[in-house]
Design a binder for this molecule. Structure first.
Ligand SMILES: Nc1ncnc2c1ncn2[C@@H]1O[C@H](COP(=O)(O)OP(=O)(O)OP(=O)(O)O)[C@@H](O)[C@H]1O
Length: 252
């Protein structure tokens, strides 16, 4: 394992019917680097981020943060350090400050005095204090998106997994959010190629997957394991063109 902040090795997801959604995704991310993840709708971008956050099981591959695997941190700690932020906040009861206070309790195992103030962050993004005490259901899509993102950012995750974080924002707010997020290490889904060029230090492009090949059948027993294999034998360093069997990822 190298000296990168975050690495993923051959992350693969096979769907029912043996179709590969993506296969052998290799990622290396340095501090304050932004890897932009692009691709047509349905190519698996959100699913990939959820795999990296260990929110869902995947077929094979593994990730490391500072050279350690998720099981070495414990999955809840991993999720707080490699944090997935959905495009649309899940329906929460109460107001954004309530959510912040709940998450703060969950995060008690982490360094407590490192937690920021979501209101201060939100104010940099054209929000006011009152947005954080308003019911979620009364906020606009863009206000909800910024409140949820501000709460996530306060916990200072090592890696932010951002699912179209500015999709509901006006250009001025989007630019302010972009500027703040550049201080973090991120894997960032966007459909906006201009934004990709503005924020990205590297890019991955997912394309639509293909049906299984005979070679996949040969490896069927291995490939159907819906688990998180930890074997170092599966490790492979990033290559500029990281795909196997014609499968779909270009890394630039
Ligand atoms: N466990 C699963 N079983 C069956 N299909 C699945 C599973 N997980 C993901 N998929 C399918 O994989 C595809 C990719 O979904 P995903 O949300 O990751 O795409 P996306 O690239 O983020 O799309 P968008 O740009 O529209 O947000 C979808 O068709 C989804 O239904």
């Amino acid at each position: 394992m190298g000296g990168y902040l975050f690495e993923s090795h051959q992350i693969s997801m096979q769907l029912p019917g043996n179709r590969w959604l993506f296969k052998d995704i290799n990622i290396e991310l340095n501090q304050r680097e932004i890897l932009v993840l692009q691709g047509a709708s349905g190519t698996g971008k959100t699913t990939l981020l959820k795999c990296l956050a260990e929110l869902i099981p995947y077929t094979s591959g593994y990730s490391t943060l500072l050279g350690k695997k998720p099981t070495e941190y414990g999955i809840p700690v991993w999720r707080s350090r490699v944090m997935y932020i959905p495009q649309r906040p899940t329906a929460h009861p109460g107001c954004p400050l309530d959510l912040f206070n709940i998450v703060k309790k969950y995060s008690s195992q982490r360094v407590k005095d490192n937690i920021g103030d979501p209101i201060q962050i939100g104010m940099q993004w054209n929000l006011s204090e009152s947005h954080f005490t308003e019911k979620w259901s009364n906020l606009s899509g863009g206000e909800m998106q910024r409140c949820a993102l501000a709460i996530a950012v306060c916990f200072k995750p090592d890696v932010l997994l951002l699912d179209e974080p500015t999709s509901a924002l006006d250009p001025d707010s989007a630019e302010k959010v972009e500027q703040s997020l550049k201080q973090f290490s991120c894997i960032w889904i966007t459909h906006d190629s201009r934004q990709a060029n503005r924020v990205g230090t590297r890019q991955i492009h997912l394309t639509r997957s293909h049906p299984p090949t005979p070679a996949d059948s040969d490896n069927e027993d291995e490939d159907h394991l819906l688990s998180m294999p930890e074997s170092p034998h599966r490790s492979r360093r990033l290559s500029p063109s990281a795909f196997r069997g014609g499968l779909p990822v270009d890394i630039t």
